[in-house]
Design a binder for this molecule. Structure first.
Ligand SMILES: [Zn+2]
Length: 148
């Protein structure tokens, strides 16, 4: 007998990061996922959800302040990466002078040459560098640096 079950996850409306608590990224019901995400400083505003890195709380008013939208080239890069890495984690780090997009490479140890070229063309003069990093248990990540 085949049983179908639905699981719930929450994704940041700004950076697209999927909430995970270290063990799971999907829960049996909506309230459990929201509750867990809140414990990790995720917040909801006008029906949208924002991860820890995409908002701050105004200490005087207690209001949620969502950071400025990503530039279009970064949004396009993120959706391209999400298509090629299919559900593996991708994170965006923001620094004063650049953004860094870091994601795991599962099947391949590096991107195809055509994918690298696509990324460089897409970012144009905002492209800074593309590097590979070997992490724990021989896992491989790709880090793309982008000028702001
Ligand atoms: Zn976010």
């Amino acid at each position: 007998m085949i049983v179908t079950e639905i699981f719930y996850g929450v994704k940041c409306d700004r950076c697209g990061e999927l909430y995970e608590d270290g063990e799971h990224s999907f829960w049996n019901d909506e309230s459990s996922v929201i509750e867990n995400a809140y414990e990790s400083e995720w917040r909801e505003l006008k029906g949208k959800h924002y991860c820890e890195g995409c908002h701050e709380i105004n200490e005087e008013t207690d209001e949620i302040v969502v950071f400025a939208d990503y530039p279009q080239h970064l949004k396009t890069l993120n959706s391209f990466i999400d298509r090629i890495v299919k559900g593996l984690s991708r994170k965006v780090f923001e620094y004063e002078s650049d953004f860094q997009v870091k994601f795991k490479l599962y099947k391949y140890s590096r991107l195809e040459e055509s994918e690298e070229n696509y990324i460089k063309n897409l970012l144009g003069e905002n492209f800074s560098s593309l590097e590979y990093e070997v992490g724990k248990y021989d896992s491989k990540s790709c880090i793309i640096k982008i000028k702001r």
